[in-house]
Design a protein around this ligand. Sequence first.
Ligand code: 5BU
Length: 268
Amino acid sequence: MQASEIWGERWINNTLPMARTYMEVACRKQSLVCLAADRRTMAGLNELLDQVGPYLAALKTHVDLIDDWSVESWKDFCSKAKKMDLLIFEDRKFADIGKISRDQMAGIYDIRSWSDLVTAHLISGPDIVDGLQAGWSDVGRSGGVLLLAQMSSRGNLLSPDYTETVVKLGSAHDGVFGFIGNGSKPEELKKLRVAVGQGKLIWTPGVNIAVGDGEMGQRYGAPDEAIHAGSDCIIVGSGIHKSDNPAESAKAYAELSWNALLEKKVIS
Ligand code: 5BU
């Protein structure tokens, strides 16, 4: 089946090239899983990617938490991810004014040169999206911004009013790929999907087969419930990288997520 048939309304209404690319990759890989690759050494990251790459649609990084990071080792890691047909998503949570965000796409990590997606808060106003898009343009690349409309952590300050404003401003911006929603609370996610409509994607952290509380205020909901509630991609970290058998776990998340998408007769 074509991506357009599988994704239905979502395909028709998401014309941003990067959104279409994601939907196509998800179909090729039969997975709606983005791995949160939160390992702190390059060896650990490479080992993990080798084990689970075939079961993923995207790879989420925190480039600034790696102890032995180097330009060369990162270049190799990213090219391996690309060969595995993955979107690379730096969860940098940019929050500064537009101009500084543009400059922060450069610097030692040069995020603009290898990321397809980045996260941003909209706390400083909508120019941050232009700043990040300018960052990619500066090196002749394009990418998409995921705005934090909700968070998965306990006690976060993203109130329903704030979420509504983020969705309103973000929906009107072509540079916005989609929104981060709270995967741990399907009822919140359903509301977010209603507000977003079909025009943007929603990606969700806070997902684990072992539902409940995680470390330091993290909360987890079930992967299939998140997709039924309106998520287009489940972001899974410790459920995979802390598993005794990461490959088996990644495969299980991929199957759960893909089947949940297929089960949705009308994508909602
Ligand atoms: P976990 O091990 O599945 O809990 O990892 C979750 C990842 O998603 C981790 O990299 C966080 O930085 C990221 N995350 C999150 O957990 N909650 C949020 O609201 C956002 C990102 Br935004």
